[in-house]
Design a protein around this ligand. Sequence first.
Ligand code: SF4
Length: 362
Amino acid sequence: MWYEQPFRKNENLTTLLRAIRELATFPIRIMEVCGGQTYALSRYRIEELLPDTIEMIHGPGCPVCVTPEETVARAIEIARFPGTVLCTFGDMIRVPSDEGCSLQQLKAEGKDIRILYSPLDSLKIARENPGKEVVFFAIGFETTTPVYALLLHEIIDKKIDNLTLLTSLFTIPAAVSFLAQDPECLINGLLAAGHVCSITGTETYERLARELEMPIAITGFEPADLLYGIYRVVQLKTQGRNLTVNAYRRAVPAQGNPIARLQTARYFTPYDACWRGLGTIPASGLKLRPPYEQYDARNRFCSEVKPDIRPSVCRAGEIMKGKISPLRCPLFGNRCTPDTPLGASMVSSEGTCAAFYRYKTN
Ligand code: SF4
């Protein structure tokens, strides 16, 4: 049974909860950075078990949720070009544009839009369709970008000239730093995402803890991982120590994955990226380096004119800053549901609104 597994075992969780309750005698706001952590917190109803002194803030680490409206509009623009095949991950096709259109809708109208599990599958599609332009709509963070680097390597090595990338790539530390310094956000501690740190290593977060003057725990995604991470953050806060602990050693080596970082740096360079709901954050995104710009789908397809994006009714930005709970969005659960999402946060299972809808309204 699932609850017999060590990271989900009742007695282990009860021990951790007791330890947290004993320590958390003061108010503390902890941001879990990753959408996978948000999903697990909701799925196992962990927030309901925590003492009232601990407030969890659901951060920006869902790639579907932070891909900006402008990029979704670009994907739709590209998918409408005759003779194109637009490939991406499943959740991305359901994200509505500001006009209410989505890639899913275009697919239903007969446009060639394909859901792939791996970006590398687009190589086969490009080879099998030499008369068509294939575009991979590439979203993600530090964990996914090395796969796009591998895809680019293959495109160049195999001289494939009909496959390009529409990128929406972000790096977590810059966003965390931005949010932690936002006076509206007011966080006192962080749960960093274990899978991101398995690429970046721990050093970046050790520096971040010093700069932001708050404790950070690198955690995994099982209930015991999350509770242990929360416990360590509260413990460090109690001791007045602003440092990073690796609470996910079984997956995160201190040095991360240097080969993946090297490949990412070979093809991508940082830039000031726009995050949906948060705006532009300095040096928080990755775009193709100049020698590889020919593989950028924007250069092959998109007009110079920026799409005219209307102000959104979605309040996901406020949720990411911890200003409101999804339950306070007036559209939550009535006009905005997983079947009829009005914002990206209701689309992906890692989106805070979708996680709340699935686990907190039943
Ligand atoms: S409920 Fe829908 S509209 Fe409201 S914040 Fe969430 S995704 Fe946005």
